[in-house]
Each structure stands twice: as structure tokens, then as C-alpha cells.
Design a protein around this ligand. Structure first.
Ligand code: PEP
Length: 256
């Protein structure tokens, strides 16, 4: 099965750097033999230029565009926010919702996250819902419960009808202690947590025929990506730091 490899560039880069990074990734993607799908998620102010570069390449079918954050509202007097419809102008297909940096640094709570999920659900785009436990929660053996609660609350506003469309949601399991630290859970721990997420999702999405794709995120690099992406239940990776280097990111995409 083809894997989804998403590059979250966070608040990094200038227009020149973003152009160069995008061009280098496109160049690398042309040489990739496997059919993995790539998602580039630049800072929102650079969506248009990245979109143009992707469109004029001949790998535009294999590279999609995503957005790091999205308004919980359709449109209106919400200073500083951008809507799903605006992003559609640049052909954005994915929205990250609930990244731990938004939850922790910008105090986004589960109510806000569930509103964002609902808002994107009503569009033609897909949601990458990030979930993950802190080190403290893990050490107290609360990780499974925290993850279950984050999934349930994130999807709590979906109607029964929406719960038949699991393909709209991608879940990214990102242990917070693994983000940007160079640390990762053991392969067995990743396998068990993804299995747990599959079981919870299967109960939420009424149809058992499909459940959301599940990505792993947290210090994925070109050395560990093959092992991580080979784990049963891991449908791809959300990559932060390593995606700012075209060679490293392409090596991750090539690794499986
Ligand atoms: C992230 O923040 O989504 C992430 C996975 O970061 P990193 O790869 O740098 O750990």
C-alpha cells in the first residue's frame, strides 16, 4: 500500500528558501520510483507560491498541498484566521488540526479542535488530526487513555452520517516527547499505539469497511523511516525538522 509522507515546515523559511526547498523536493520526487504520496505543508503565506511550483511540475499528481492550521469558522469577523475556502484557491487538500504546538503554545482546547474538525469536514478537503501524549502522561501509563480521549473529543461533533466517511480523517499519532527531540518510541510501542487507535476509530466510524489512515510523527528521519514505515498499521509519516532538508525528506520518501 502506498504511504502518505507529509512535510510540516512550521514557521520556517523565507520566500526564497521556500522556493528552493520546494524546487529541490520536486526534483527529488521526479526520481522516486515508488508511488508514495507527498504532502507539502508550508507556512500559509507561502501556499500560493508552493502551489504554483507544484502545478507546473510533472509530479503534481503525487504532491499535494496542506495547511498547518485552519479557522473553526466558515468566514466572517475572525481577525487573523484563514478559511478552508480560501485555501481551496491554492488547491489545498489537507488541514492539520490539533498539532501539539497549537494545543500547548496557543491553548487550543478540545472544543476548539472539534469545531475545526467539523468545519473542515463540511468541505472537500481532508483533516490530519494530531494526537499525542506528554512524557509525564506516558510515564504515568496514561498514554492510551489520553489518546482515546483526544480522538473521541476531536471527532465528537461529527454527525452519524459523517461517521460513515472515515476517508475524510487522517490521524497523526505524535508523542509530544518525540517531536523535535530525536527520540522515538520503540517499534513495538508504535505498533501497539496504532493498533489502539485503529480499534478506537473502528468504533467511531460506523462502517467497518474503512477507518482513517494513521500516520506516525515525531523525529522521523532518513535513518529510522524505513523501520517505522514498515510497521503494520502505520500508513505514513508526518515529518517536521527533517522535511526542511530536501535530501533528507526525499530519502524518507524513498525509504519504503
Ligand atoms: C511535528 O511537529 O509534527 C514533527 C513530527 O516534528 P519532528 O519531525 O521535527 O519531530
Amino acid at each position: 500500500m502506498s504511504k502518505l509522507i507529509a512535510a510540516n515546515w512550521k514557521q520556517n523559511g523565507s520566500s526564497l528558501e521556500v522556493d528552493n526547498l520546494t524546487r529541490e523536493i520536486i526534483k527529488g520526487a521526479k526520481k522516486l520510483k515508488n508511488l508514495n504520496n507527498m504532502i507539502l505543508i508550508p507556512p500559509s503565506v507561502y501556499l500560493e507560491r508552493v502551489s504554483k511550483l507544484i502545478k507546473k511540475s510533472n509530479v503534481s499528481k503525487r504532491i499535494s498541498l496542506g495547511v498547518q492550521n485552519i479557522s473553526p469558522y466558515k468566514n466572517g469577523a475572525y481577525t487573523g484566521e484563514i478559511s478552508a475556502d480560501m485555501c481551496k484557491d491554492f488547491d489545498c487538500k489537507y488541514f492539520i488540526v490539533g498539532h501539539s504546538e497549537r494545543r500547548e503554545t496557543f491553548n487550543e482546547d478540545s472544543v476548539m479542535i472539534s469545531k475545526k474538525v467539523l468545519n473542515v469536514f463540511n468541505t472537500s478537503q481532508k483533516i490530519i488530526l494530531c494526537i499525542g501524549e506528554t512524557l509525564n502522561q506516558r510515564e504515568k501509563k496514561q498514554a492510551r487513555k489520553v489518546i482515546a480521549n483526544q480522538i473521541k473529543s476531536g471527532l465528537s461533533l461529527l454527525t452519524p452520517k459523517m461517521r460513515r466517511t472515515a476517508s475524510k480523517i487522517i490521524i497523526a499519532y505524535e508523542p509530544i516527547w518525540a517531536i523535535g527531540t530525536g527520540k522515538t518510541p520503540s517499534l513495538q510501542d508504535i505498533f501497539l499505539m496504532h493498533k489502539h487507535i485503529i480499534e478506537i476509530s473502528a468504533k467511531i466510524f460506523i462502517t467497518n469497511r474503512s477507518i482513517p489512515k494513521i500516520l506516525y510523527g515525531g523525529s522521523v528521519n532518513s535513518e529510522n523511516s524505513n523501520e517505522i514505515l514498515s510497521i503494520q498499521g502505520v500508513d505514513g509519516a508526518l515529518v517536521g525538522g527533517a522535511s526542511l532538508n530536501a535530501k533528507k525528506f526525499i530519502d524518507i520518501c524513498r525509504s519504503i
